[in-house]
Design a protein around this ligand. Structure first.
Ligand code: GDP
Length: 447
């Protein structure tokens, strides 16, 4: 664990640039002294005080509102002072300098939240949710980050951790009485608790996966041969003329990225150059970039001109697509067909021109991305959490093996202990300094 520094930190907490209000934040043991020096008095806790802000020589820099929060009832758990002045870069720098002159040092990125974590005001998932809330790419992502910040995710993890611990303690206690070891392996209660743990872990993992999808969004690449209607489909999905549409093959030479929300799920759409043999170096580069995007995709929409049907070009593309990649085949230009063929689970007919079939495509996308479209119940989750949940599941699985197959209670107890440690990484019960450094350095300064 990083020790909580005894020094007092200060930073501009509002974004750089000009604005109506700008805030300088101070946290640490000198916060009272800074208030005394800057304002001539310490404001009553949690009461706004209108005051001049004085520099070290006693000259007024600005007039604004000051707020004081006495520790531990503050964001960081320490004494905190907030000086709200006029939001200009020079004024903000002067107010910050007035704090530094009175003994503060400049805060590192995320240091206020790091102190909140070290002082037990927030656990690690809540601290991460602070960043996710600031960075939220959609209203649904913001709501789910808020749910995590309020402790929704942490409570699920803590409940599971309690169940894991209780079971391990029970198994270990029973092992202390060797005569009962046989009974232990026959114990229906342990069997039931192990199964229940597994099921709860699965549910939590699925919720976290959806929350992660909501946070990071899904990468969707629109691919196909030139003139199939890729750009038209992109425009239809984003509902505006983002890409140039012409009847001349090879118009899209570079990748074009657009972001849309699919019932709250951020979709990162990439329109690519038509995939075909080309001697034009610019087009070749566009095609190279298209393949690079496909490598990173969660899902590919392979657009086929339905009036021409699938040919060699599509067969070539399919052959080069990575095996693990999910593909939806979109037969476009439905408006030019005489009859409407049936859709399948991984292909459909639509018209990018008229919009017919687009709502079916949206539904199919949700199915393929396993997004149930109910952001109300989700909490934000990161890859780090998914990874920890995955490893926890493996340990619980091993524990079950030792119970049912190996019949080795001591190994089972050990796997439960490992599961407990792994799960504890999520909320920060068990963490390394490296991990903490990594997490907090991704924050902005002043948070
Ligand atoms: P891309 O090269 O694959 O990006 O294809 P574009 O979107 O530029 O479209 C190529 C041509 O097909 C343009 O002339 C479009 O107007 C036309 N097109 C695209 N979608 C449709 C459609 O659904 N129906 C019809 N009739 N024409 C389409």
């Amino acid at each position: 664990m990083i020790a909580v520094d005894a020094d007092t930190i200060a930073a501009i907490a509002t974004p750089p640039g000009r604005g109506g209000v700008g805030i300088v934040r101070v946290s640490g043991p000198l916060a009272r002294d800074v208030a005394q020096g800057c304002l001539g008095r310490v404001p009553a806790p949690r009461r706004a005080l209108l005051s001049d802000f004085l520099d070290a020589s006693g000259q007024a820099i600005d007039t604004g509102l000051a707020l004081f929060f006495a520790g531990p009832h503050s964001y960081t758990g320490e004494d905190v002072l907030e000086l709200q002045g006029h939001g200009g870069p020079v004024i903000m720098d002067l107010i910050l300098a007035a704090c530094v002159d009175r003994g503060c040092r400049l805060a590192r990125p995320g240091e206020f939240t790091e102190r909140a974590f070290l002082n037990d005001r927030l656990d690690l998932t809540q601290a991460e949710a602070v960043v996710d809330l600031i960075d939220a790419g959609s209203a649904a992502a913001a709501r789910s980050a808020r749910r995590s910040l309020e402790g929704g995710f942490s409570r699920c993890v803590e409940d599971l951790l309690t169940a894991l611990t209780e079971l391990r303690v029970y198994v270990e206690a029973a092992m202390d009485f060797p005569d009962e070891e046989l009974d232990l392996l026959e114990d229906e209660g342990i069997h039931r608790r192990l199964e229940a743990l597994s099921t709860r872990l699965d549910t939590l993992q699925e919720g976290a996966r959806q929350g992660n999808l909501l946070r990071e969004g899904a990468h969707l690449v629109i691919a196909g041969r030139p003139n199939a209607g890729k750009s038209s489909l992109l425009n239809r999905l984003v509902d505006r003329e983002a890409a140039i549409v012409t009847a001349i093959p090879g118009t899209t030479r570079d990748v074009l990225k657009e972001h849309v929300s699919l019932d709250g799920l951020p979709l990162h759409l990439v329109d690519t150059a038509g995939l075909r043999e080309s001697s034009d170096p610019v087009e070749q580069e566009g095609i190279r970039r298209a393949w690079a995007e496909i490598e990173k995709a969660d899902l590919v929409l392979l657009v086929v001109d339905a009036t021409l049907g699938e040919g060699e070009a599509e067969a070539d593309i399919r052959q080069r697509l990575p095996d693990h990649l999910r593909v939806i085949t979109v037969y476009n230009k439905l408006d030019r067909l005489d009859h409407v063929p049936a859709d399948c689970s991984d292909s459909l007919y639509l018209s990018a021109r008229t919009g017919e079939g687009i709502s079916t495509l949206r539904e199919l996308l949700k199915q393929h991305l396993h997004y149930d479209g109910d952001p109300e119940s989700l909490f934000t989750a990161r890859r780090r959490h998914l990874d920890a949940l995955h490893r926890t599941r493996q340990h619980v699985h091993e524990a079950r093996q030792h119970f049912h197959t190996t019949q080795a209670p001591e190994l089972m107890a050990e796997e439960l202990r490992l599961a407990q440690d792994t799960l504890g990484e999520i909320t920060g019960k068990v963490t390394s300094d490296d991990l903490l450094g990594q997490i907090f350095s991704s924050f902005c300064i002043g948070k």
